[in-house]
Design a protein. Structure first.
Length: 117
């Protein structure tokens, strides 16, 4: 069984991952790096790792923007739950391309995320 991996986004720090310890306490999210307390935040967004790495070996997370090597159209990684189950999908970033989704594979490259524009 694979243990889920997460990162956390806050407006102040951006994305937190790697050596940082993040835990909720009394309605706030506390972020630590080693013994240093970096802050407590009331608004934080958890992003789950898909378990897939992109073409450069970078972990792909929910909320990432990724591009296909075939058409350079950016897609947003989303976690959806429906009557069939739960899964990560790629949805077009702009409204013009709505109406289809794609599975995630490692041919894509992470080019950013929806929080850092």
């Amino acid at each position: 069984m694979r243990i889920p991996k997460y990162r956390v986004y806050t407006k102040h720090w951006g994305n937190s991952e790697n050596d940082e310890l993040v835990y909720p306490k009394e309605g706030e999210l506390h972020v630590y790096l080693g013994n240093w307390h970096l802050g407590a935040y009331k608004e934080a967004i958890f992003q789950q790792c898909t378990g897939v790495k992109d073409s450069k070996g970078v972990d792909i997370y929910e909320g990432d923007l990724i591009e296909s090597p075939y058409n350079r159209i950016p897609f947003v990684v989303e976690y959806v739950t429906d009557s069939v189950g739960s899964q990560f999908i790629l949805s077009p970033q702009n409204d013009e391309d709505e109406g289809y989704t794609l599975p995630i594979d490692n041919d894509y490259a992470v080019v950013g995320n929806i929080f850092e524009k």
